[in-house]
Every structure is written in C-alpha cells, then in structure tokens.
Design a protein around this ligand. Structure first.
Ligand SMILES: *Cc1c(COP(=O)(O)O)cnc(C)c1O
Length: 433
C-alpha cells in the first residue's frame, strides 16, 4: 500500500487508520471524504521536530491551509503548535472563527485587494508575504491609517525550475508570483520596503513549486536567498531575521512514486544553511517551511459508489461513480495520477478490466482517472476508493451541476466524527434570491 495507514481486513475491505471503509461508507453515505487525523498530527510533529532540531526552538512549520481548509483543520494546527498560511479573506475568516492564534498566520496571494489587506489587519494576521510593489504601497497605506506596524516577508523568485508540472511550478523568473532577483525587482522591493514607515521587513520568502521530489531544490533555494540577503546587507544594512523556504514536498500518489524522507531532507537543508550563514557572516535567521500537500494528502481518501458500468467493445470501458470533478477536479486540471481500487474487495487484483473511472457531471472531461485496473465483474453498488485525496480535493470542490459537496469525516484512535457535514440541496440554493 502507498501509505502505512492503509490495510486490508479479513473481510477483504480496505481500511484507513484501522477503520473499515465499507462500514464508514454505510454510516456516512457516499461520496465521502475521509481524513486520518492521527496521520495529519504525526506529519505536523515530524516537521516541527525536524525543523527545531535543524534550526533551533524558534523554527516552525506553517500549514499551507489552501490544501484543505475548514475549521476543524485550524483547530488541529492550533493544538499541534503549527503556524498557517492563508491566501484569502475566506481562509482568514475560517481560521479566526476556529480560534486560531492569528499572530502565527502568514497571508499570501499575488493579488490582495485593499479589502483583504484591511480585513487581515483587523483580524491580527501576523505576517503579510508581499508579492509586489503595488501591494507594499497598499499595506503601508492601511497600516498608516490604523497607526500600526505590519510585519512582512518579501516573496522572492529565485529562478529555479523544480522539475514538476508546469501548472504548479512557481519559482521561475516568469512566474506570476513574487519578484525576481534576476531582473533587479527583488532588490528594488527590499530597498522600498525598508523605506516605508509602517512596514517591518522581517525577511524573505520563496516557494519554488509543488509535488517536488528533487531533494536539492530547498538547498538551492536557500543558497540563492542567503546570497541575496548577504548582498542586501552589504549594500543597505538589510537584516535577514526570518527566512521562509516555502512548501512543496512531494507525496506518493502511485506505488511507483518515490518515497521522500522529509526529516532527513530538512537535516540536510539545516547543515547547508548553517554552513552558508557562517561563510557569509550572517546570523542564522528564524526558519519557516510551509508544507500543505505533505501534511494532509496521504491522510485522505475518497469513497464513491459505482453506478453505470459501460463497455464499448473494441474501444473503452467506463465506470461511473456518484461524485467526480466536483469533489476532485485534479485530473481535469492537471491530469493528476491517483491509485484507484475497489474498497469492498480490495484483494481482487483487477487485471482483466481496464477502464476510465468517471464522474456524474455533464462534461466529458469529468474524469477521476484513466487506465484504471479493476476486477472484471466490477458492478453497480461496488465501493470505489481513490487514495491520497487529502490535499486539494475538498478545498477545490465545486457545486457544478448543483451537486452538493460530500462531508469530511475525521478519523482518530478508532473513532470517526464529522468535520464538515454533507451539503443539502437547500445549501446549494442558499444564496439564490
Ligand atoms: C501552495 C503553497 C504552499 C504549499 O505547497 P504544497 O505543495 O501543498 O506543500 C506553500 N507556500 C505557498 C506560498 C503556496 O502557494
């Protein structure tokens, strides 16, 4: 199995966190998002421990909450001592309403509106991660009006191609995110931010991409940012107090995906950063990392009930399920890979029947996965499990075709509980006049 929280019991049922998925599907209905809370907490602890061992007590991980954002998740992050990234006023609202300590929140986005900036300050968001010069002016204006200092990091594009999908690569010079070192814009941002009376420039941020397996990407990004910081110190007495290396560690969607030892990778980054700071005569900055996917992805699974099974002789086979692109648009968006199997007969090897597992939307692109191997007699009523759906599934879901969103159920210590209830038809019509 691709993650050690998965197993198969004596009935041949797929289990996650030791709980029988067939029983969970009966109890909560399908489609259904499951999230193994124990796994999420374990991942938080792995990150925090590794960062603190490598960089000292003040180092911390920030959960990039766009991966899966709902109140229960912010409560878990609060209890685990994590910080969070937020990227919109909606995420800020959710975090605040869950009681998250907002001084540990970092506000990202390449286009924060004036209303977002005001809302974030009113709610005590600790840091803004500033993308561009216009944004600096807007933050300075609101901070001045409120008579407060605002801590910021500058988002820098180091010019690294992390060898990941085009749509999730963000560290290159031509990215829509951040200011590039190569073009001189990063330097201009440092100088300008230091000149503003209500801006406290704490340090620098970069995020090179997502689903990254190259273990040297963080090393290279850190090296480039530290070099840049040393130059800025020489020229302008800039003090790098905080360095945020972003998120992006890859997770396993398929058996064939590599396994990354995140703690070991952080140790390597730690050694390199210590050595380089020493060589440059820089004090060690407070270090942040921002994992999203690698905190929640393999804690998650989606369960569906099979409906129509269509065989088109000589062409293709389709297995239609009771969800689809509305609860998981990632295949439609990026062609993302997933492991798919029958949860109610997980030992059935499934060689004879190659099919596309598709959703119920009126849209040909509504595909969950192509080229899936299922048992030859796959039929109406079977239970399909799509693995590793904890990240960017619920948070990217929609009501296309007026399909209500599935519930999110958290699993912990052999118990299950609703974290987000299933939407009703009335929920779907809630804002209709
Ligand atoms: C999305 C994002 C992350 C998290 O990326 P993952 O691949 O989910 O770990 C971290 N930082 C920023 C700025 C992001 O946009």
């Amino acid at each position: 199995m691709i993650c050690n929280n998965l197993s198969i019991n004596e009935k041949g049922h797929l289990c996650i966190g030791g709980q029988d998925t067939v029983e969970l599907a009966e109890a909560y209905g399908t489609p259904l998002y499951l999230l193994d809370e124990d796994r999420i907490r374990e991942r938080c602890r792995t990150y925090r421990r590794a960062l603190q061992e490598a960089f000292g007590e003040e180092a911390n991980a920030l959960y990039a909450s766009k991966a899966a954002s709902f109140r229960g998740m912010y409560r878990i992050m609060k209890e685990e001592g994590m910080g969070v990234d937020v990227v919109s006023s909606g995420e800020i609202y959710t975090a605040v309403s869950a009681g998250f300590p907002m001084e540990r929140a970092y506000f990202h986005s390449n286009n924060k509106t004036d209303a977002d900036i005001r809302f974030a300050m009113e709610n005590g968001v600790g840091y803004f991660v500033v993308d561009n010069r216009e944004e600096l002016d807007a933050i300075e204006a609101v901070a001045a009006e409120r008579g407060q200092m605002q801590k910021i990091l500058l988002r820098i594009t180091p010019g690294i191609d992390p060898h990941t999908y085009e749509a999730v690569a963000t560290g290159r010079v031509d990215s829509k995110f951040g200011s590039a070192i190569e073009t001189g814009q990063a330097e201009e941002m440092v100088v300008y931010a230091m000149s503003l009376a209500h801006i406290d420039l704490m340090g620098l941020h970069c995020h090179v991409g997502s689903q990254v397996f190259d273990s040297d990407v963080f090393l290279r990004a850190a090296a480039i940012l530290l070099d840049f910081a040393a130059k800025m110190r020489e020229k302008y007495q800039f003090a790098l107090r905080e360095l945020d290396l972003g998120g992006g560690y890859g997770v396993r969607y398929l058996e064939s995906d590599p396994e990354l030892d995140i703690a070991e990778n952080i140790r390597e980054v730690g050694k390199a950063v210590h050595a380089q700071c020493e060589a440059l005569g820089l004090p060690l900055p407070v270090i942040r990392m921002e994992p999203g996917r690698s905190i929640v992805a393999d804690a998650g699974m989606t369960l569906y009930t099979v409906g129509t099974v269509k065989r088109i002789p000589g062409y293709k086979n389709y297995v239609s399920v009771d969800g689809g692109m509305t609860d998981n648009p990632r295949f439609a968006l990026y062609g993302s890979s997933y492991t798919v199997l029958l949860a109610n007969r997980a030992n059935d090897a499934g060689e004879a029947f190659r099919c596309s597992v598709v959703g119920r939307c009126c849209e040909s692109g509504d595909i969950l996965q192509e080229n899936v191997k299922l048992p030859a007699d796959t039929k109406r009523g079977d239970l399909v499990a799509v693995l590793t759906t904890g990240a960017y599934n619920y948070s990217m879901s929609s009501n296309y075709n007026r399909i209500p969103r599935p519930p999110v159920v958290l699993l912990s210590g052999g118990e299950s509980k609703l974290a987000v209830r299933r939407e009703t038809f009335e929920d779907v019509c809630r804002n209709d006049i």
